[in-house]
Design a protein around this ligand. Structure first.
Ligand code: SAH
Ligand code: SF4
Ligand code: F3S
Length: 445
């Protein structure tokens, strides 16, 4: 039996940080409508699956999640909403394939969720994958979230059309949110206790707008304005495109102390031939030059990247060029993926698709090298004194976890620090994925 009178909800987000942000906004919206977040162990009456379409595995996961939700033993079935990029890509096809799904809502339409829930209460299948000209942000209630570190989407969509990628289709064209709306949201977050804001966008460094005096500004200017917010201690941004590393942003890394020394700059491949086939519109050399510019502005910057192995036509020689690039850049961390053909993208129809076992082998070799670099980066911080923003409790009793300026997870013994504190620590030990540290003293909040 379907529960058509939901009182509690759960939002489960998959995929990128922009989806995490959207998931939080949907939760705030449902709360504003009078629904309550379901407790950890209790089954929710309405479940929103906020999905990702980037690779086949991510997209297929949705259907197993739906299956699990609809076969909860001995309980009534929840209302199921599919949101996010799979919703956008598959639309009304989803309830046809999975009849237990009640609502389908795309990433640009989720401000309509309350109306869609009303229709689902009546037993209707409610589908909304519009990309309206009016921004959903204007229709969302104010921020309610309280957390030391928060995401803030400033730019959405992508016009770059890399030949492997679904994002331009699922998220639509590049749009920058207005200056004032961003500053207002940042203030609201800081008023509720946020100390660190990560500005988000599929191409966040393509953000542009006009400040309150009507001057053109880029992301660097926006970061400068956020720097002036009292109470905000840290600023980050992700994800950037190599072609949009403009001078104002590079300068911000030299001039804005609150801007953390971390740059996530995806490259995908170290072979110009493959970059061209990917339609990346940058070369290996221009990518390296972008990193050099940021490194000369902020020498301690930690560089991160994204890689795809096994793009159609990638030879052993192309792949070795990627390893060479990794050797030259020296990454503090990175994400790497096997190429996954996506329906509707040009690369899916390209000849010379790379066999699975070749991709497996290349991914292992690449990840081996990236892991070594990450461990070396982490080990180099042992002994250093640095500031940690404490974000959450750890798994062990009395343990707290925070982030270093370089986005490393640092484990601390609780006692002299609490969630939301910025604490001076000495780094004691480093593994590949996290560090441990000891608080030196409590810094003034
Ligand atoms: N806008 C960002 C992030 C896009 S999605 C950028 O341009 O870098 C995040 C990452 O997923 C990409 O950087 C890419 O490495 C990976 N990715 C995207 N499409 C993929 C596909 N079809 N197969 C495998 N990895 C993919
Ligand atoms: Fe996808 Fe390329 Fe746009 Fe990144 S820049 S979102 S990889 S199309
Ligand atoms: Fe996935 Fe959509 Fe983000 S496809 S990576 S959730 S933009």
């Amino acid at each position: 039996m379907k529960n058509r009178n939901p009182r509690t909800f759960q939002v489960k987000s998959f995929g990128c940080q922009m989806n995490v942000y959207d998931g939080q906004r949907m939760a705030e919206l449902l709360e504003a409508e009078g629904l309550a977040p379901a407790g950890e162990a209790e089954p929710a009456d309405l479940v929103v699956l906020n999905t990702c379409h980037i690779r086949e595995k991510a997209a297929e996961k949705v259907y197993s999640e739906i299956g699990r939700l609809l076969h909860r033993p001995g309980e009534s079935q929840p209302l199921v909403a599919v949101a996010g990029c799979v919703a956008q890509a598959e639309g009304a096809e989803i309830p046809r394939r999975a009849p237990g799904v009640d609502i389908v809502v795309g990433p640009q339409a989720y401000h309509n969720l309350p109306e869609l829930v009303r229709r689902a209460r009546q037993g209707e299948k409610a589908v909304d994958t519009d990309m309206p000209a009016l921004s959903k942000f204007d229709a969302l209630p104010g921020r309610r979230r309280q957390a030391p570190a928060a995401f803030l989407t400033v730019q959405e969509g992508c016009d770059k059309f890399c030949t492997y990628c679904v994002v331009p289709y699922t998220r639509g064209a590049e749009v920058s949110r207005p200056w004032a709306a961003i500053l207002d949201e940042a203030k609201a977050l800081v008023d509720r206790g946020t100390r660190e804001i990560t500005l988000l966008g599929q191409n966040v460094n393509a953000w542009e707008g006009e400040d309150e005096k009507g001057r053109r500004q880029g992301l660097g200017g926006l970061i400068g304005a956020l720097d002036a917010l009292p109470g905000l201690a840290r600023i980050r941004y992700t994800t950037s495109h190599p072609n949009d590393m403009r001078e104002d942003l590079v300068r911000a890394h030299a001039e804005v102390a609150k801007l953390m020394p971390f740059l996530h700059l995806p490259v995908q491949s170290g072979s110009d031939r493959i970059l061209k086939a990917m339609n990346r519109s940058h070369s290996v050399e221009s990518y390296v030059r972008a990193i050099e510019r940021v490194r000369s502005a902020r020498p301690d910057i930690a560089v991160s990247g994204d890689f795809i192995v096994g793009f159609p036509g990638e030879t052993e020689e192309d792949f070795e060029a990627t390893l060479l690039l990794v050797g030259a850049v020296n990454y503090a961390q990175a994400y790497s993926f096997k190429y996954s053909p996506r329906p509707g993208t040009p690369a899916a129809g390209m000849p010379d698709q790379v066999p699975a076992e070749v991709m497996d082998d290349r991914l292992q070799r690449l990840q081996g090298l990236l892991r070594e670099q990450q461990l070396a980066f982490n080990r180099a911080t042992v002994g250093a004194r640095t500031e940690i923003l404490v974000e959450r409790t750890g798994r062990k009793p009395g343990q707290l976890i925070g982030k270093s300026p370089w986005l490393q997870s640092v484990h601390l013994e609780a006692g002299r620090a609490a969630i939301g504190d910025l604490v001076e620590v000495q780094i004691l030990d480093a593994g590949p994925n996290s560090l441990s540290g000891a608080p030196l003293m409590r810094s003034a909040a």
